[in-house]
Design a protein around this ligand. Structure first.
Ligand code: SF4
Length: 286
Protein backbone atom coordinates (compact mmCIF):
# COMPACT_ATOMS: atom_id res chain seq x y z
CA UNK A 1 0.00 0.00 0.00
CA UNK A 2 1.34 3.42 -0.86
CA UNK A 3 1.81 6.14 1.72
CA UNK A 4 -0.88 8.19 0.05
CA UNK A 5 -3.35 5.30 0.27
CA UNK A 6 -2.57 4.77 3.96
CA UNK A 7 -3.35 8.36 4.80
CA UNK A 8 -6.51 8.33 2.70
CA UNK A 9 -7.71 5.28 4.64
CA UNK A 10 -7.50 7.32 7.81
CA UNK A 11 -9.84 9.83 6.21
CA UNK A 12 -7.16 12.42 5.68
CA UNK A 13 -6.22 13.92 2.37
CA UNK A 14 -2.65 12.94 1.50
CA UNK A 15 -0.10 15.60 2.36
CA UNK A 16 1.34 17.34 -0.64
CA UNK A 17 4.85 16.24 -1.53
CA UNK A 18 7.07 19.31 -1.93
CA UNK A 19 9.59 18.84 -4.71
CA UNK A 20 11.40 20.20 -7.71
CA UNK A 21 11.52 18.37 -11.04
CA UNK A 22 15.19 17.71 -10.30
CA UNK A 23 14.31 15.90 -7.08
CA UNK A 24 11.91 13.57 -8.90
CA UNK A 25 14.44 12.92 -11.66
CA UNK A 26 17.09 12.04 -9.09
CA UNK A 27 14.80 9.36 -7.64
CA UNK A 28 14.06 7.89 -11.06
CA UNK A 29 17.75 7.82 -11.98
CA UNK A 30 18.93 6.24 -8.71
CA UNK A 31 17.06 5.92 -5.39
CA UNK A 32 20.37 5.44 -3.50
CA UNK A 33 21.62 8.74 -4.84
CA UNK A 34 18.30 10.32 -3.83
CA UNK A 35 18.68 9.08 -0.27
CA UNK A 36 22.20 10.45 0.06
CA UNK A 37 21.32 13.79 -1.49
CA UNK A 38 18.01 14.53 0.21
CA UNK A 39 17.60 12.34 3.29
CA UNK A 40 20.84 11.22 4.92
CA UNK A 41 22.00 13.53 7.71
CA UNK A 42 24.76 14.27 8.13
CA UNK A 43 24.87 14.35 4.38
CA UNK A 44 27.60 12.14 2.89
CA UNK A 45 30.55 14.14 1.63
CA UNK A 46 30.16 14.98 -2.02
CA UNK A 47 32.99 14.43 -4.50
CA UNK A 48 34.93 17.31 -6.02
CA UNK A 49 33.23 19.86 -8.27
CA UNK A 50 33.05 19.03 -11.98
CA UNK A 51 34.62 21.38 -14.49
CA UNK A 52 31.78 20.81 -16.99
CA UNK A 53 29.33 22.03 -14.34
CA UNK A 54 31.45 25.16 -13.91
CA UNK A 55 31.20 25.78 -17.66
CA UNK A 56 27.44 25.21 -17.64
CA UNK A 57 26.80 27.41 -14.60
CA UNK A 58 29.03 30.21 -15.94
CA UNK A 59 27.15 30.21 -19.25
CA UNK A 60 23.75 30.16 -17.54
CA UNK A 61 24.77 33.02 -15.23
CA UNK A 62 26.11 35.12 -18.12
CA UNK A 63 22.91 34.67 -20.15
CA UNK A 64 20.73 35.52 -17.16
CA UNK A 65 22.83 38.61 -16.47
CA UNK A 66 22.62 39.64 -20.12
CA UNK A 67 18.83 39.71 -20.04
CA UNK A 68 18.94 41.80 -16.86
CA UNK A 69 20.94 44.52 -18.63
CA UNK A 70 19.05 47.43 -20.20
CA UNK A 71 18.03 46.39 -23.72
CA UNK A 72 20.22 49.07 -25.31
CA UNK A 73 23.43 47.49 -24.00
CA UNK A 74 22.53 43.83 -24.63
CA UNK A 75 25.30 43.26 -27.15
CA UNK A 76 27.15 40.01 -27.88
CA UNK A 77 30.28 41.65 -26.47
CA UNK A 78 28.41 42.40 -23.21
CA UNK A 79 27.51 38.70 -22.94
CA UNK A 80 31.16 37.72 -23.40
CA UNK A 81 32.22 40.22 -20.73
CA UNK A 82 29.64 38.90 -18.27
CA UNK A 83 30.95 35.41 -18.88
CA UNK A 84 34.48 36.57 -18.30
CA UNK A 85 33.68 38.38 -15.05
CA UNK A 86 31.58 35.57 -13.60
CA UNK A 87 33.76 32.66 -14.68
CA UNK A 88 33.74 29.74 -12.23
CA UNK A 89 37.04 27.91 -11.87
CA UNK A 90 36.08 24.80 -9.88
CA UNK A 91 37.07 21.40 -11.23
CA UNK A 92 39.59 22.34 -13.92
CA UNK A 93 42.94 20.57 -14.12
CA UNK A 94 44.89 23.83 -13.98
CA UNK A 95 44.70 27.53 -14.77
CA UNK A 96 45.59 26.97 -18.39
CA UNK A 97 42.68 24.62 -18.95
CA UNK A 98 40.34 26.98 -17.15
CA UNK A 99 41.52 29.95 -19.26
CA UNK A 100 41.09 28.01 -22.49
CA UNK A 101 37.51 27.05 -21.58
CA UNK A 102 36.78 30.56 -20.44
CA UNK A 103 37.61 31.75 -23.95
CA UNK A 104 35.52 29.04 -25.58
CA UNK A 105 32.56 29.79 -23.33
CA UNK A 106 32.83 33.54 -23.98
CA UNK A 107 32.70 32.84 -27.71
CA UNK A 108 29.75 30.51 -27.12
CA UNK A 109 27.61 33.19 -25.44
CA UNK A 110 28.78 35.83 -27.91
CA UNK A 111 27.55 33.77 -30.88
CA UNK A 112 24.34 32.67 -29.14
CA UNK A 113 23.29 36.19 -28.13
CA UNK A 114 24.15 37.53 -31.62
CA UNK A 115 21.12 35.54 -32.86
CA UNK A 116 18.73 37.02 -30.29
CA UNK A 117 16.61 40.14 -30.49
CA UNK A 118 17.71 42.07 -27.39
CA UNK A 119 14.51 44.14 -27.43
CA UNK A 120 12.33 41.06 -27.05
CA UNK A 121 11.89 41.12 -23.29
CA UNK A 122 11.41 37.67 -21.71
CA UNK A 123 8.59 37.19 -19.23
CA UNK A 124 11.10 35.80 -16.77
CA UNK A 125 14.78 34.90 -16.39
CA UNK A 126 15.80 32.33 -13.78
CA UNK A 127 12.23 32.68 -12.61
CA UNK A 128 10.86 30.59 -9.78
CA UNK A 129 7.56 28.91 -10.62
CA UNK A 130 5.18 26.79 -8.63
CA UNK A 131 2.06 24.66 -8.91
CA UNK A 132 -0.05 22.41 -6.72
CA UNK A 133 -1.54 19.20 -8.02
CA UNK A 134 -3.48 16.45 -6.29
CA UNK A 135 -0.25 15.14 -4.71
CA UNK A 136 2.50 17.66 -5.41
CA UNK A 137 3.62 21.10 -4.31
CA UNK A 138 5.94 21.69 -7.23
CA UNK A 139 8.51 24.43 -7.47
CA UNK A 140 11.41 25.08 -9.77
CA UNK A 141 13.42 27.72 -11.52
CA UNK A 142 13.30 28.01 -15.27
CA UNK A 143 16.19 29.43 -17.33
CA UNK A 144 13.92 31.67 -19.37
CA UNK A 145 10.24 32.16 -19.98
CA UNK A 146 9.25 33.79 -23.27
CA UNK A 147 6.00 35.27 -24.50
CA UNK A 148 5.16 34.26 -28.07
CA UNK A 149 1.87 35.70 -29.26
CA UNK A 150 0.32 35.57 -25.81
CA UNK A 151 1.51 32.06 -24.97
CA UNK A 152 4.30 31.25 -22.56
CA UNK A 153 7.29 29.21 -23.78
CA UNK A 154 9.70 27.44 -21.43
CA UNK A 155 13.33 27.84 -22.56
CA UNK A 156 16.07 25.64 -21.13
CA UNK A 157 19.74 26.20 -22.05
CA UNK A 158 22.02 23.28 -22.80
CA UNK A 159 25.80 23.49 -22.98
CA UNK A 160 26.91 19.91 -23.74
CA UNK A 161 28.66 19.17 -27.01
CA UNK A 162 25.78 17.08 -28.36
CA UNK A 163 22.84 19.18 -29.54
CA UNK A 164 19.59 17.94 -27.95
CA UNK A 165 16.95 16.23 -30.07
CA UNK A 166 13.21 16.78 -30.34
CA UNK A 167 12.80 13.57 -28.36
CA UNK A 168 14.80 15.15 -25.52
CA UNK A 169 12.34 18.05 -25.44
CA UNK A 170 9.27 15.83 -25.82
CA UNK A 171 10.31 13.31 -23.18
CA UNK A 172 11.62 15.70 -20.54
CA UNK A 173 9.45 15.43 -17.45
CA UNK A 174 11.20 18.49 -16.00
CA UNK A 175 10.29 20.69 -18.98
CA UNK A 176 6.68 19.52 -18.90
CA UNK A 177 6.42 20.23 -15.17
CA UNK A 178 7.92 23.68 -15.71
CA UNK A 179 5.26 24.31 -18.35
CA UNK A 180 2.54 23.31 -15.87
CA UNK A 181 4.08 25.52 -13.19
CA UNK A 182 4.46 28.47 -15.59
CA UNK A 183 0.84 28.24 -16.69
CA UNK A 184 -0.26 28.01 -13.08
CA UNK A 185 1.92 30.83 -11.76
CA UNK A 186 1.14 33.31 -14.51
CA UNK A 187 -2.40 32.15 -15.30
CA UNK A 188 -1.66 31.94 -19.01
CA UNK A 189 -1.44 29.03 -21.44
CA UNK A 190 1.94 27.31 -21.60
CA UNK A 191 2.39 24.27 -23.83
CA UNK A 192 5.64 24.84 -25.71
CA UNK A 193 9.00 23.78 -24.29
CA UNK A 194 12.36 24.42 -25.95
CA UNK A 195 15.95 23.29 -25.51
CA UNK A 196 18.47 25.89 -26.72
CA UNK A 197 21.90 24.48 -27.45
CA UNK A 198 24.16 27.42 -26.66
CA UNK A 199 27.35 26.13 -28.40
CA UNK A 200 25.60 25.84 -31.79
CA UNK A 201 22.57 28.10 -31.38
CA UNK A 202 20.34 25.19 -32.47
CA UNK A 203 17.01 24.83 -30.74
CA UNK A 204 14.50 22.03 -30.56
CA UNK A 205 10.91 22.54 -29.51
CA UNK A 206 8.00 20.40 -28.46
CA UNK A 207 4.41 21.50 -28.14
CA UNK A 208 2.58 19.66 -25.40
CA UNK A 209 -1.15 19.13 -25.32
CA UNK A 210 -3.22 19.40 -22.15
CA UNK A 211 -3.30 15.58 -22.18
CA UNK A 212 0.46 15.13 -22.46
CA UNK A 213 1.03 17.61 -19.63
CA UNK A 214 -1.54 15.79 -17.50
CA UNK A 215 0.25 12.49 -18.23
CA UNK A 216 3.56 13.96 -17.03
CA UNK A 217 1.87 15.25 -13.86
CA UNK A 218 0.35 11.82 -13.19
CA UNK A 219 3.73 10.17 -13.66
CA UNK A 220 5.34 12.72 -11.31
CA UNK A 221 2.66 11.96 -8.71
CA UNK A 222 3.39 8.24 -9.01
CA UNK A 223 7.08 8.95 -8.45
CA UNK A 224 6.20 11.03 -5.38
CA UNK A 225 4.12 8.13 -4.03
CA UNK A 226 7.09 5.79 -4.51
CA UNK A 227 9.39 8.19 -2.65
CA UNK A 228 6.98 8.63 0.27
CA UNK A 229 6.46 4.86 0.53
CA UNK A 230 10.23 4.30 0.59
CA UNK A 231 10.57 6.88 3.35
CA UNK A 232 8.05 5.00 5.53
CA UNK A 233 10.20 1.90 5.43
CA UNK A 234 13.70 3.21 4.93
CA UNK A 235 15.66 -0.04 4.60
CA UNK A 236 18.43 -0.58 2.08
CA UNK A 237 15.94 -2.21 -0.29
CA UNK A 238 13.79 0.90 -0.30
CA UNK A 239 16.57 2.96 -1.82
CA UNK A 240 18.29 0.53 -4.17
CA UNK A 241 21.43 1.47 -6.04
CA UNK A 242 20.90 1.68 -9.79
CA UNK A 243 24.44 1.21 -11.05
CA UNK A 244 25.44 2.06 -14.60
CA UNK A 245 27.72 4.20 -16.69
CA UNK A 246 26.49 7.32 -14.91
CA UNK A 247 28.17 6.15 -11.68
CA UNK A 248 31.51 7.48 -12.93
CA UNK A 249 29.97 10.94 -12.66
CA UNK A 250 28.10 10.46 -9.40
CA UNK A 251 29.15 12.82 -6.64
CA UNK A 252 28.40 10.13 -4.01
CA UNK A 253 30.34 7.38 -5.75
CA UNK A 254 32.85 7.15 -2.86
CA UNK A 255 30.00 5.97 -0.58
CA UNK A 256 28.54 3.45 -3.00
CA UNK A 257 30.26 0.06 -3.57
CA UNK A 258 27.84 -0.86 -6.38
CA UNK A 259 28.63 2.35 -8.22
CA UNK A 260 32.37 1.86 -7.79
CA UNK A 261 32.08 -1.55 -9.40
CA UNK A 262 29.92 -0.25 -12.22
CA UNK A 263 32.14 2.53 -13.57
CA UNK A 264 35.65 3.88 -13.08
CA UNK A 265 36.22 7.14 -11.22
CA UNK A 266 36.55 10.18 -13.48
CA UNK A 267 38.80 13.17 -13.17
CA UNK A 268 36.82 16.35 -12.40
CA UNK A 269 37.65 17.74 -15.83
CA UNK A 270 37.14 14.49 -17.77
CA UNK A 271 33.76 15.49 -19.20
CA UNK A 272 35.11 18.60 -20.90
CA UNK A 273 36.35 16.54 -23.82
CA UNK A 274 33.65 13.95 -23.44
CA UNK A 275 30.51 16.09 -23.53
CA UNK A 276 29.35 14.13 -26.52
CA UNK A 277 26.86 11.31 -26.92
CA UNK A 278 28.38 9.31 -24.05
CA UNK A 279 28.93 12.27 -21.76
CA UNK A 280 27.66 12.77 -18.25
CA UNK A 281 24.00 13.44 -17.58
CA UNK A 282 23.01 17.00 -18.34
CA UNK A 283 22.41 18.90 -15.17
CA UNK A 284 18.79 19.72 -14.50
CA UNK A 285 18.24 22.93 -12.62
CA UNK A 286 16.41 22.96 -9.38
S1 SF4 B 1 27.32 5.61 -7.70
FE1 SF4 B 1 25.70 4.97 -9.12
S2 SF4 B 1 24.48 3.48 -7.99
FE2 SF4 B 1 25.74 4.60 -6.50
S3 SF4 B 1 24.47 6.28 -5.78
FE3 SF4 B 1 25.65 7.08 -7.46
S4 SF4 B 1 24.36 6.78 -9.30
FE4 SF4 B 1 23.53 5.49 -7.66
Amino acid sequence: MTAAAELELEGLPPRLFSCTPSRLTTWVDCPRHYRMKYLDRPRPTAGPAWAHNSVGASVHNALAGWWRLPAAVRTPQAAAELLDVGWLTDGFRDEQQSASWRQRAAEMVRRYTARLDPRREPVGVERTLGARTRRLALSGRVDRLDDRDGELVVVDYKTGRRPPTVDDARGSAALALYAVAAGNTLRRPCHQVELHHVPTGELVAWRHTDESLARQVRRAEEVADEIVAAGLDPGADSFPARPGGQCGWCTFRAHCPEGQRAAPAREPWAALDDLSTAGPPLTVDD
